[in-house]
Design a protein around this ligand. Structure first.
Ligand code: ARG
Length: 460
């Protein structure tokens, strides 16, 4: 069914109709479409553009349609061109001429723009809620492991001892920034485009501020061409979502490594692992792998949106109908990934002894050995060189810094004394890194508290 039949002699062919139609994917915005129409009709009534009686009947009729769609009494007609057409058609079949007055001073171009903003604003709230849940689990695990020693890595080579809590809270900081990005994006999205009309506003004496208030929008768009053709908010959201996925993907990659036999730092709960159809011993981290894999989809959605928008002249062009499947897919994917990832993290078993054992190899306390000499007065560069020689000596003798006898230390540098063994103790090396942002247990607890307060009070 089309709204624009008057000018045409022939109906669309079935294939053209299917190609042109967006009902299969935009029907998910039915609630927002109806909310937008209720506000628009109320405004038309208040401004005397339609009668108050008509406005009230339209509002009533739209609320009835919404209730019937919610309850399943009314189903969306897959033959309708789009959700806007369907709702208006249904209203007219219920109210007759009164229903036909709804579209006064409006175009589907500003209608779809307002629907999408309303829809995405709600989606951002949901995604922020899921991100908060993830952050809470990260904080809880970090507190449990504020003192758990693990090797910190650079180049995936063991580098310096840190605490597992500190490692987890690095992701806490990333997801906090993601929350800020989402909130920032939501703020910029909070602009009401209805009243832009098809592209050039309208001659009717509309009150756009009233419509904005009825729909709880912060502001009203200031240029009618921009009002109908701006999709920056979709691109911005897809970009924020891509960054969330990038963070989830990095985290997934580490989880996959950590539960391999080569690391064995964690074990995933059976409920979040799968087996192999041929290898009976396998327990695979499929959930983490899928999250890592689905990151590509969301990046693709962002690239798709950027590409759709790059060459279209002002104002609305049908190309822009392509915005919805991309941004909906990005939103759905991120929600699904967060929903799967958080309980997987929550239920994983951490194996602190394996982390401690890994930290004991690889000379990750060598920097602390050099620092020990520096604190005794040797310039750092000389201390670094002496420690390098000690490491080479250990490798040659098959020993560690902890097991190399003091006389061997002294042969390289006579400043060494018994104190070196305390200085290079792994716990001490990690726990004494008290500099702001460092891995010591106090910092872990302080930052977990800080993140929890930010979330609880929505300070992002
Ligand atoms: N289905 C359309 C879209 O998603 C709605 C706007 C249609 N406007 C038009 N002039 N054909 O973009």
């Amino acid at each position: 069914m089309q709204l624009w039949k008057g000018r045409f002699q022939k109906a669309l062919s079935k294939t053209t109709n299917d190609f042109n139609s967006s009902i299969s994917f935009d029907s998910r915005m039915y609630r927002e479409d109806i909310e937008g129409s209720i506000a628009h009709s109320k405004m038309l009534g208040e401004c005397g553009i339609i009668s108050k009686e008509d406005a009230a009947a339209i509002g009533e009729g739209l609320r009835g349609i919404l209730a019937d769609l919610d309850s399943g009494k009314l189903t969306i007609d897959p033959e309708a061109e789009d959700i806007h057409t369907f709702v208006e058609g249904e209203l007219t079949s219920r109210l007759g001429d009164t229903g036909k007055r709804l579209h006064t001073a409006r175009s589907r171009n500003d209608q779809v723009a307002v629907d999408l903003r309303l829809y995405l604003r709600n989606q951002i709230k949901e995604i922020s809620g899921l991100t908060e849940e993830l952050l809470k689990v990260i904080c809880k695990k970090a507190e449990e492991h504020a003192e758990t020693i693990m090797p910190g890595y650079t180049h995936l080579q063991r580098a310096q001892p840190i605490t597992f809590g500190h490692h987890l809270l690095a992701y806490g900081e990333m997801f906090l920034r993601d929350l800020k990005r989402l909130s920032d994006c939501s703020e910029r999205m909070d602009v009401m485009p209805l009243g832009s009309g098809a592209l050039a506003g309208t001659t009717y004496p509309i009150d756009r501020r009233l419509t904005a208030d009825l729909l709880s929008f912060e502001s009203v768009s200031e240029n009618s061409l921009d009002g109908v053709s701006d999709r920056d908010y979709c691109i911005e959201l897809a970009s924020a979502l891509s960054i969330i996925m990038m963070h989830l993907s990095r985290f997934s990659e580490e989880i996959i490594l950590w539960c391999s036999h080569e690391f064995k730092f964690i074990e995933l709960d059976d409920a979040f692992s799968t087996g192999s159809s041929i290898m009976p011993q396998k327990k695979n981290p499929d959930i983490a792998e899928l999250v890592r894999g689905k990151t590509g989809r969301v990046y693709g959605d962002l690239m798709g949106l950027l590409t759709v928008m790059k060459g279209i002249p002002l104002a609305y062009n049908k190309d822009m109908q392509e915005d919805k499947e991309a941004i909906f897919d990005a939103v759905d994917t991120v929600k699904m990934c967060l929903t799967a990832f958080t309980p997987m993290l929550d239920t994983m078993t951490v194996l602190p002894q394996n982390m401690r054992n890994a930290a004991a190899g690889g000379f990750i306390n060598a920097t602390d050995c050099a620092d020990y000499l520096t604190k005794k007065g040797l310039p750092f560069r000389d201390a670094y060189k002496a420690t390098g020689e000690i490491v080479a000596l250990c490798i040659e003798k098959g020993l560690t810094l902890e097991t190399l006898p003091l006389d061997e230390y002294k042969k390289v540098c006579d400043i060494f004394d018994e104190g070196v063994y305390e200085a290079i103790g792994l716990e001490r090396c990690a726990y004494e890194r008290r500099s702001q942002g460092g891995p010591c247990p106090d910092n872990v607890r302080k930052n977990a508290d800080r993140l929890k307060t930010i979330i609880e009070n929505k300070l992002y």
